[in-house]
Ligand binder design. Structure first.
Ligand code: 13P
Ligand code: SF4
Length: 305
């Protein structure tokens, strides 16, 4: 079994070299997929890192909107997904048509959207944002009379509370993060009274209210390294715990809820990565007209953050 895995990994490495490819894995990917990645990271930083490389091919181990983002930032590279059926249910909760209608109903509003959106939705946005910089982006829009914030109603709630701005929201949410309940944090706190609680802003407001720190996955990785605490309760998708333990072997990490597993993030396997490299598919390519507009929303965000 171990021998087979080794063969698989060496075949992946061989093909990666042959095609000048880079493998990206989101922090929620399976441990064995994280192990073969060149970069691990959050929803946006992976695409930014890949854009800076000389690679000709990007193998994106994550969900569809992330591969689209890589295509937006690296139009000259071939972006492939080992399992292109891995979508993000939250991103799928809003279409470009939905956003157009919302903008029509609020013609004065500046439209801000989470990176967890399709390329077509991003093309309709004034500003993109991530869970790392959502508050910063809202705070920068001082002159805006109204602000639309889509699609995550819980990230919107967090950003509204932090910025003191009233936001026009959409009813999207992450079906994985809502499974983390206040009683989960209370239970883990009872077991581990010294542990610091970090949660993702996609969590329910009642969960966010109980946290010591509200952070994106890349911010959690940084916080766990820099904070003097030795124990952490992790209120996000299960996959991040593998990275946290690897990066901090002297610290303990407790997943807030065993239910916090994103099925789409677990679709990608080492075998599928191998097949993707063998056949150089499934390609994810954003049409040029949409790409240009979506890129503008990302660039406007980067100017602020
Ligand atoms: P980040 O990795 O950007 O914090 O996003 C979390 C998430 O749910 C991605 O789908
Ligand atoms: Fe989408 Fe939630 Fe899965 Fe992230 S964890 S990909 S937001 S469903």
């Amino acid at each position: 079994m171990i021998k087979e895995d080794k063969q698989l990994v060496s075949k992946i490495k061989e093909l990666k070299k042959k095609h000048n490819a880079v493998i990206l894995a989101h922090n929620y990917q399976l441990p064995e997929v994280q192990d073969i990645a060149d970069f691990r990271g959050d929803s946006l930083e992976l695409s930014r890192m890949a854009a800076k490389t000389e690679a000709k091919v990007i193998v994106f181990c994550g969900v569809y909107f992330m591969a689209e983002t890589a295509s937006i930032l690296s139009p000259d590279k071939l972006v492939i997904m080992p399992d292109a059926s891995a979508g993000c249910p939250m991103a799928d909760m809003m279409t470009a048509d939905d956003l157009q209608k919302l903008k029509k109903a609020h013609p004065q509003a500046v439209a801000v959207g989470y990176v967890n959106t399709s390329a077509a939705v991003k093309a309709e946005l004034d500003y993109c944002c991530t869970s790392t910089n959502a508050v910063k982006v809202i705070n920068a829009l001082k002159d805006a009379k109204e602000i639309i914030f889509v699609p995550d109603k819980y990230l919107a709630d967090y950003a509204a509370k932090q910025s003191g701005r009233k936001l026009i929201i959409w009813h999207g949410f992450c079906p994985t993060h809502v499974k983390i309940l206040p009683e989960d944090l209370a239970r883990e706190k009872r077991f581990h009274p010294q542990a610091k609680v970090m949660v993702h802003p996609e969590c329910l407001p009642q969960v966010v209210a109980l946290a010591d720190a509200v952070l994106s996955t890349s911010q959690m990785a940084k916080f766990a390294k820099e904070d003097p605490a030795k124990e952490f309760i992790v209120g996000t998708e299960s996959g991040l715990v593998y990275r946290l333990k690897q990066d901090n072997p002297d610290k303990e990490f407790y997943l807030a809820s065993e239910r916090a597993v994103c099925p789409n993030m677990k679709r990608t396997t080492q075998e599928k990565v191998l097949w993707a490299l063998e056949e150089l598919k499934d390609e994810v390519k954003v049409p040029e007209e949409i790409r240009k507009k979506a890129r503008l929303a990302i660039e406007r965000m980067l100017e602020i953050a």
